[in-house]
Design a protein. Structure first.
Length: 347
């Protein structure tokens, strides 16, 4: 935690407090406050406090709890700058999310993924739990809405382990199920036919590694991106294995995939039961796995919530709007099937 002077006085009406905080390094304080104090404005808006900055000192006024949260956010961001990491709008938003759960500590340098000269950090408490679960368990299920970082963080962990030499290869897979559209026959060879279904996985890879590195490792077999159907009959040893969009697997496919796990391997299964594209009446393998494997030693289940959405802020509002509409229409809505419900509790 940064060193500096702190004073606290109570406002005349007794309903608010004012605290001062000094940051010792001027250059870091400038980065902390943001261009035109944009980061301070973001904290003000998120916590309902008033912040005044002068030099490398801030004065924070508001509800005692909110002021305490603001100080913890500023301290955590300052520590990030001291470690040589950047602070931007998403990082400020991340610290605000962590501060909303006072029983948890703010994230430190360990709450992230180190990839060469880059650190991918958890931006919500659930993401931090997810990264720890991947380190501690051989099989992890992550279920929740779009935009919560389920696939992105899993790919980041996979790349970290491959670069570090902990595994010999990365295997990324997803079912080739069309999202409500009939695309017909696609031109090209087998890889060209299945690549459109796997594009999100390629996108995540290219965000973690230079394009030439990705291509080189794809050609050498160190990284394999393949549809789920190609997994049958294989034993996936010394690998980091990710199954994305698992809500679109059948129960038979899910069992087949899970039993591919080999020696010295990690497997992460991600999906969203509110976005099932299987034919009506077909039960999702993700739901079956959660019911069958709950409580099995060595397996972790994590449930991401709407509040964990870390894409554009509008994505979170879209998720909430559709969820509200589904609740109004009820379980009998004509476009929903059994596995479009998303109200299950986390194990």
């Amino acid at each position: 935690m940064s060193k500096g002077s702190r004073t606290a006085t109570r406002a005349r009406d007794g309903s608010a407090v004012t605290r001062k905080k000094t940051f010792p390094k001027n250059a870091l304080a400038i980065a902390l406050f943001g261009s035109h104090h944009s980061h301070l404005a973001q904290i003000e808006s998120g916590l309902g406090v008033v912040i005044h900055a002068r030099g490398n000192e801030v004065t924070i006024a508001g509800d005692a709890e909110a002021v305490a949260r603001a100080i913890s956010v500023l301290d955590a961001l300052y520590e990030r700058l001291e470690r040589g990491q950047d602070v931007d709008q998403p990082e400020v938003d991340a610290m605000l999310r962590f501060s909303a759960e006072p029983e948890r500590s703010m994230p430190n340098a360990d709450a992230g993924v180190s990839i060469r000269n880059r650190v991918v950090t958890a931006r919500t408490p659930t993401q931090a739990d997810y990264l720890r679960a991947i380190d501690q368990s051989e099989l992890v299920f992550a279920e929740g809405p779009a935009g919560t970082g389920k696939t992105y963080l899993a790919v980041a962990k996979a790349v970290e382990r491959l670069v570090r030499g902990d595994v010999e290869r990365i295997i990324l897979s997803r079912p080739a199920v069309e999202a409500g559209e009939q695309l017909g026959f696609l031109p090209g060879d087998m890889r060209e036919k299945v690549d459109p279904y796997l594009r999100p996985l390629y996108d995540a890879l290219h965000d973690m590694m230079p394009g030439q590195q990705v291509q080189k490792r794809l050609e050498s077999g160190e990284i394999e991106v393949a549809p789920l159907a190609f997994m049958r009959g294989r034993t996936l040893a010394n690998a980091f294995v990710i199954l994305d969009e698992a809500q679109n697997t059948t129960a038979v496919q899910m069992k087949m995939f899970l039993t591919r796990l080999g020696e010295n391997s990690r497997m992460v299964i991600t999906g969203d039961l509110s976005q099932v594209d299987l034919p009506r009446g077909t039960r999702s393998g993700l739901r079956d796995a959660r019911e069958a494997l709950s409580g099995v030693e060595g397996i972790r289940f994590l449930r991401f919530k709407d509040t964990d959405v870390v894409r554009h802020p509008l994505v979170g509002r879209i998720v909430n709007a559709y969820k509200s509409l589904e609740n109004k229409r009820g379980a009998g809505a004509e476009y929903k099937n059994e596995d479009n419900a998303s109200g299950d509790d986390e194990n």
